[in-house]
Design a protein around this ligand. Sequence first.
Ligand SMILES: C[S@@+](CC[C@H](N)C(=O)[O-])C[C@H]1O[C@@H](n2cnc3c(N)ncnc32)[C@H](O)[C@@H]1O
Length: 207
Amino acid sequence: MKWYNLFSSFYDSSLEKLYFESRQRAVELLDLKPNQTILDVACGTGANFKHIKATNIEVSIWATDFSEGMLQKAQSTIDKNNWENIGLFQADARELTTSFVKEKTNKDLSFDRIICTLGLSVIPEWERVLDQMLGLLNENGRIVIMDAFADKRRFNTWLVEMVARGDMNRKIWQTLEPKVDNFHQEYLPVNEIKIGGKLFAATGTKK
Ligand SMILES: C[S@@+](CC[C@H](N)C(=O)[O-])C[C@H]1O[C@@H](n2cnc3c(N)ncnc32)[C@H](O)[C@@H]1O
C-alpha cells in the first residue's frame, strides 16, 4: 500500500480527465434510487463521488480502501465540497464481510449498490473480493465493476500495469457473469492507447 499512499498525491491530477466519461457511465449503470446505500470498494481518492453527487439522487455512500493516503485524499475532497452522507473506512477488500464492515463502521450496514472501479485489476485474490462484494449486497442489489483489460498487449499495457501495480489480463466480467442475474457488459469511452487496453463495465443483480 506504500505505493498508493505516494500515488495519492498525483492520482487525481494525472487520471481525472482520462476516466471522466467512463465514470459517469459506470455511475449511470448503478441505476440509483433515492435513499439507497452504496458501497464504493477500493474507492481510492473518491473519484466516483462527484459523479454520484451529480445525479442529485439522495443516497448514502460508504467507501473503503486499504491505503491511508488514498483515503486522506478522499476525505479532503469530501471536506472541500461539503458533501454529506459519505463515510470512509480503511479495509483490505479481501476481508469485507458483514461482520467486518460492522466492526469498522459500528453500524449494521447493508448495501443496495456496490461499485468497484479500477480496483479488481489491482487487488490480489480479486475473485475473493468479488465474492465478498456479492455477499454484502441486499436482495435485488446491483453491482457495477469498471476495469481495464488488455485484449492485446502494448507498451502502455506494461507501463500502466507498472504504475498501477495492476494486471490487465483479468477477464473479470467472465467471472462475474455466472454469479449474478441480469448480467450486462459494455466497453466504455477511454483513450485505449493511453491506458494500454480497453475499459469495460460489467453489472448484474444479486442472485
Ligand atoms: C487504480 S486505484 C483505483 C481507485 C479508485 N477506485 C478509482 O476508480 O480511481 C486502485 C485502488 O485499489 C486500492 N487497493 C489495492 N489493494 C487493495 C486491497 N487489498 N483492499 C482494498 N483496496 C486496495 C489501492 O489503494 C487503490 O486506491
